[in-house]
Unconditional design. Structure first.
Length: 451
């Protein structure tokens, strides 16, 4: 969610100038988010020590009942309070005049997701206006991707997506799933609000990172987003981020009065989560469900290949309500050595003779595979291997280990590391750096963690 200079899979070039720059059938309805609304955010505990009094977090008692966020006046953000702010007015003019057609596309695409997202937000104690955060993040282009590797409607980078429960690997990218990514965004935003006790600061942190906002507050002794942007204490992109959100929310909620067409909200398909054996071909699943392959893929845009993950014994899919889960349970997982798996995954297989001292972890690292993949390819029940024996090793297509990054003005190692889903220690190591100082114009090697 840093440095959102975008390029999209969908070739709509003009959008990039606007966007800123996580078997058995479940009885849960799709609109119910799983209960872990509060995945651990390291900054929640740290904030007790570093943030001034208004941001001191009361420790959670184990036996205390669950308490939602502080009252938000019936789950809404008072947008009108800042409607006359110069930056908000600037973005209202921009969306309603200069890029009127593009913003109308935002509204049209958002109609498919609005009812679903707003209900999720309200059910979990968040203001429904946060729907417009996704609008300015991606324009509701589900496959939107930034140069920094942020992906999906909520534009999660890899590290943050995984931290808030999204699976990201060569088979699936759950940042692309509107349901799972909305659930992750809810967890993330609730976590940020607990740290900063302010929606404006929570949104700023969503855009530029928790550490940057927290360090800015501590450095300047100011806990008000609007004062911080007057001081230009936050990055330019972040100074525009909240005003842009408010402008989009005002225009979206008052579309007709600003001359926009207001499409009728489209109910999101009624779906259930079904656990299926894995790996299986998506086409086989579609036939069992008596729906088209295209339809099943559209309900599960997180599937990157023609089969479910080969390194999992089961995987959860979204299927239409009323689908016969018993039929899906009858599907047999594909043999990991089968031609179908090779064609669907792009994996190649080779023989490897186990050496003394080898472990499944060391072999997996050597061949850029995973331990579950090797277990499955060799029908291993555990981690025990015997020196001298041959095993099948699945090997994914090779990619460059490192990319080159040109340091920009205002960058530091923390920002670069977060941008590429890495760590300061890792970047210092691969660049043989003894200190953490970097300068504009410097070229760094960074890990290729994208996709």
């Amino acid at each position: 969610m840093l440095d959102k200079a975008y390029r999209f899979f969908n070739p709509i070039a003009i959008v990039s100038s606007l966007l800123v720059g996580s078997c058995s059938t479940s009885n849960q309805h799709v609109y119910e988010v799983d209960g872990s609304d509060d995945l651990l955010n390291p900054f929640i505990n740290a904030s007790n020590a570093f943030l001034p009094p208004p941001y001191k977090i009361i420790e959670k008692k184990e036996d205390a009942p669950h308490v939602e966020l502080a009252n938000h006046s019936d789950h809404f953000i008072p947008l009108s309070e800042k409607a006359s702010h110069p930056l908000v007015m600037k973005w209202i003019r921009y969306f309603s005049k200069q890029e009127r057609g593009v913003f109308q596309n935002f509204i049209d695409r958002g109609a498919k997701y609005r009812l679903f997202i707003e209900k999720q937000l309200i059910d979990h104690g968040l203001p429904k206006e946060i729907f417009y955060l996704a609008m300015i993040e991606s324009g509701f282009i589900i496959r939107a991707k930034s140069r920094a590797g942020a992906v999906g409607p909520w534009q999660f980078i890899r590290g943050t997506g995984k931290r808030f429960g999204l699976s990201i690997n060569s088979y699936v990218d759950e940042r692309l799933d509107p349901i799972r990514s909305t659930q992750a965004a809810i967890r993330y935003l609730k976590s940020l609000h607990k740290v900063f006790n302010s929606w404006e600061l929570a949104f700023a942190a969503y855009n530029s990172g928790e550490s940057r906002v927290m360090n800015t507050i501590i450095k300047h002794g100011v806990r008000d987003y609007w004062k911080l942007i007057e001081m230009k204490a936050l990055p330019r992109e972040t100074r525009n981020y909240v005003p842009k959100f408010i402008a989009a929310a005002i225009l979206g909620q008052q579309a007709r009065s600003h001359g926009f067409k207001e499409p009728k909200p489209i109910p999101y398909p009624e779906l259930v989560r079904v656990s299926v054996p894995s790996p299986v071909r998506v086409r086989d699943l579609a036939k069992k469900l008596n729906i088209t392959y295209k339809k099943l893929k559209s309900l599960n845009p997180n599937l990157l290949r023609k089969i479910t993950p080969a390194h999992k014994s089961t995987y959860d899919l979204w299927v239409p309500v009323g689908s016969d889960s018993k039929l899906l349970a009858q599907l047999q997982p594909l043999n990991m050595n089968s031609r179908a798996v090779k064609e669907s995954t792009g994996l190649s297989y080779q023989k490897y003779r186990i050496r003394r001292g080898d472990t499944l972890i060391s072999i997996a690292r050597k061949f850029k595979a995973s331990v579950p993949q090797i277990r499955k390819a060799n029908k291993l029940g555990g981690n025990k291997i015997i020196a001298g024996r041959l095993i099948n090793v699945p090997q994914a297509a090779r990619k460059k280990r490192y990319l080159k990054y040109l340091v920009r003005k205002g960058d530091n190692l923390y920002h670069v590391a977060k941008k590429f889903g890495s760590s300061i220690k890792r970047i210092k190591h691969i660049n043989s750096m003894r200190h953490s100082r970097i300068y504009a114009g410097q070229t760094l090697k960074v890990p290729n963690n994208r996709g």
